[in-house]
Write a protein that binds this ligand. Structure first.
Ligand SMILES: [Zn+2]
Length: 255
């Protein structure tokens, strides 16, 4: 097993075998797998018939020494990446072997997508912060408790009611914060923060990773409040609270 692509390797030798690759530019001396992969991708030019090229690389019976396993792996992954791109774009490669590989790949891809969809349906990405509640003060309301309007949504529930993370995230802080009382700040993957305030108990610590629906604290009446409730804030950027209700609904949560 050997290949003319030895001419692209770091052990490149001058001589007759270089002529074999005369239709392709000879890359410079290379080191490292990543560079080899790039070179291999260039060598396996899209204008070359994909299936026959790979077969030629693998089955060539030349007296030249064969490529190293690293080189083969780099070449194989380059071919795979190219084939994946071709399959996505609608394959131009009509050789039966390439077509079969492409079909198998598409089938595997569809199967993976189906599994991901099933998981998504079985495990919601976003949930309510408390299971049973009465909606009290809404976002934007004025009143004696809020100097510049209400910056969240209140969910009235008895002290001790479990409070859930509305989505997966990381705990930024869990501490007392003036009028907010005991407050947990979660940060989600898109940078949005959700704040859970007036808590009677913390069940997480800063730096903890939480999953959707995980119990992070308990409803309470700490801070500036007239009775036990969860004050939920949603902040796409830390300084800008938005109305949690349309935000939750836009994330598939019925509240
Ligand atoms: Zn509130």
């Amino acid at each position: 097993m050997a290949a003319r692509r030895r001419s692209a390797g770091k052990h490149r030798r001058p001589g007759k075998h270089r002529a074999a690759s005369s239709t392709h530019p000879s890359p410079p001396v290379l080191v490292g797998t990543a560079v080899l992969a790039t070179a291999a991708a260039a060598w396996f030019s899209p204008t070359t018939a994909l299936g026959s090229t790979r077969d030629a690389a693998v089955h060539r019976t030349s007296p030249e020494p064969g490529p190293t396993p690293t080189e083969l792996a780099a070449a194989a992954s380059a071919v795979q990446a190219q084939a994946a791109g071709a399959a996505t774009a609608g394959s131009r490669f009509t050789a039966p072997a390439a077509k079969a590989r492409s079909t198998a790949r598409q089938r595997a891809s569809r199967s993976a997508a189906r599994i991901a969809l099933q998981d998504a349906v079985a495990t919601p990405q976003w949930v309510k912060p408390v299971d049973r509640y009465t909606l009290t003060a809404h976002f934007g309301e004025g009143g004696g408790l809020w100097s510049h309007g209400h910056t969240g949504q209140d969910f009235a529930a008895p002290t001790g009611t479990p409070v859930h993370a509305v989505g997966a995230g990381v705990v930024v802080s869990a501490q007392r914060d003036g009028a907010y009382g005991n407050k947990i700040v979660l940060q989600h993957a898109d940078g949005t923060q959700t704040w859970y305030c007036h808590l009677s108990a913390f069940l997480v610590s800063p730096g903890d990773k939480v999953t959707t629906g995980e119990e992070i604290g308990r409803v309470g009446a700490t801070g500036n409040t007239t009775g036990p409730h969860l004050h939920l804030e949603v902040r796409p950027t830390p300084d800008q609270p938005v109305d949690p209700m349309p935000w939750l609904r836009a994330h598939g949560v019925e509240v």
